[in-house]
Design a protein around this ligand. Structure first.
Ligand SMILES: Nc1ncnc2c1ncn2[C@@H]1O[C@H](COP(=O)(O)OP(=O)(O)OP(=O)(O)O)[C@@H](O)[C@H]1O
Length: 455
């Protein structure tokens, strides 16, 4: 009977495959699912009949079954992240007359307990590896490229074109834009595109270093420079960045005592470590960034004009997100994709009212705020559909959703509050300037700030 009845043989084969511990999927040459075994469907929560005919990317997250394997490439033991776990996937092309007509994919899953043990072991190792990788990148390299800078607006296209034009060469670059607009991401991209990309990318946040430590942070110190100094001394950021790029974030916060020293280094291209009598030659390209109005700081004698001209050789201005609304959605999609890849979650559709709320909001914290919103929403959602109700109340409140019905007076007050808060932020809290700009007296402005509890 085993030899003769083809239907019987087919049934046996199906039973074996369906109950196999291995998960099996078969796609055709276009990546359309033609077969998926029962255990795989069960794990994914899919109905075996309904998956047939869908594109594999709509069924399995992070799948590669539609990629190289359909070009004939065999992939064995590839690590794949599914539903929060790393799995081991094999992909084999199916050939007919030497032509690829599809592929079979298997995910090894022999014994759940054994797998869990192995999985947690690998996960811990990968975590560790990622930690060291990140640390290494932070110390030694730039982790973003220009491709990571999402957005489709003409402003973003202009910025990207400008970045490509100025990336090569040694000229100092000043990147300007509000907080969260992607200044650091662009600094990484410039470094990656430059001839210095194989050399270190070093970052110093000028707003985060106590004034008395600045000099040794930037220029290093020699042995015995002060009590507690390390044996053999310590290199500064300039020495660490030698041959590469030094990214000075928040340059507007650089203490005045350091501004003259930085200017000298940029001119002479040599540094003098604290406690040393010798100077060291350094070959470093400086990229500076700020969200502060340097021209005004110059007028207020808080920033040196000569340093400003020295760093403002090439300038890139990133407009705030509210001035390029067409970037909001591409950015949100980009963050959703990145977060899903990182967490193993899957978002297949997004409700229109989420999109509308995102487009209507003015994103004072720019792309960073949008990223945080998206990550919170994905974390809180338990389906593959992103709906407005998963957003916590305070986020909904921010987005202007669920607001109570306002009277005309309340509308007027809310507008007044928003206008004052907006100008206080863009004019860096300069009360005189804001009052003048809004055509009211200083005392009146103070009263309103108090009344609306701004800041
Ligand atoms: N155009 C963009 N495409 C993709 N991600 C972006 C973009 N702009 C900003 N981001 C992301 O938003 C976050 C904030 O960006 P980044 O740190 O570069 O901003 P910043 O302008 O340097 O902010 P700050 O002035 O506060 O230091 C990062 O996670 C970054 O990857």
């Amino acid at each position: 009977m085993f030899d003769q009845d083809p239907l019987f043989k087919k049934n046996i084969l199906e039973t074996i495959i369906d109950s196999a511990y291995e998960w099996i999927v078969v796609v055709d040459h276009e990546g359309i699912v033609r077969y998926m075994n029962k255990t795989y469907c069960e794990f994914l929560g899919e109905n075996p009949k309904e998956v047939i005919g869908k594109h594999v990317t709509k069924v399995i997250e992070n799948t590669k079954m539609h990629k190289d394997v359909l070009q004939g490439k065999v992939e064995i033991a590839d690590l794949q992240f599914i539903r929060g776990n790393y799995m081991i996937a094999n992909r084999i092309p199916i050939l007919n007359d030497g032509k690829v007509i599809g592929a079979v994919g298997t995910v090894i899953f022999r014994d759940t307990e054994q797998w869990k043990k192995m999985n947690s072991h690998i996960k811990a190792l990968l975590h560790e590896l990622n930690f060291y990788k990140k640390e290494w990148e932070e110390i030694n390299g730039a982790s973003y490229t220009l491709n990571d800078f999402a957005g489709t607006s003409t402003e973003v296209q202009k910025v990207k074109k400008h970045v490509k034009n100025i990336a090569s060469g040694d000229l100092t670059v000043l990147i300007r834009g509000e907080s969260g607009t992607g200044k650091e991401l662009l600094a990484h991209s410039i470094h990656q595109l430059s001839e210095r990309s194989g050399k270190p990318f070093i970052k110093l946040n000028c707003g985060a270093v106590p004034e008395h430590l600045f000099e040794s942070e930037l220029f290093g110190y020699s042995e015995g420079a002060f009590t507690g100094a390390k044996k053999g001394g310590k290199p500064g950021k300039f020495q660490l960045a030698d041959g590469g790029t030094l990214f000075l974030d928040e340059i507007g916060d650089l203490p005045q005592s350091m501004q003259i020293k930085l200017l000298r280094v940029l001119q002479e291209k040599e540094v003098e470590p604290v406690g040393s009598v010798h100077t060291q030659k350094v070959n470093v390209r400086v990229i500076a960034a700020t969200n502060r109005p340097l021209e005004r700081l110059i007028i207020e004698n808080k920033f040196r004009e000569d340093l400003f001209y020295r760093i403002n050789v090439l300038q890139i201005q990133i407009p705030p997100l509210r001035e390029r609304k067409e970037d909001i959605w591409p950015l949100a999609e980009n963050f959703i994709r990145l977060n899903c890849a990182e967490t193993g979650k899957r978002i297949l559709s997004i409700d229109d009212d989420v999109k509308e709320a995102f487009l209507a909001y003015n994103w004072p914290g720019n792309a960073r705020e949008l990223k945080n919103f998206v990550e919170a929403a994905i974390q809180l959602t338990h389906s593959d559909r992103l709906t407005l109700d998963v957003f916590p109340d305070f986020l909904k409140e921010k987005l202007g959703v669920n607001k109570k019905q306002l009277t005309l007076k309340e509308h007027v007050q809310e507008t007044e509050k928003n206008v004052i808060a907006y100008y206080l932020e863009t004019m860096n809290g300069d009360i005189m300037r804001v009052a003048k700009h809004l055509g009211i007296g200083k005392t009146n402005l103070y009263d309103k700030i108090k009344k609306y509890n701004i800041r």
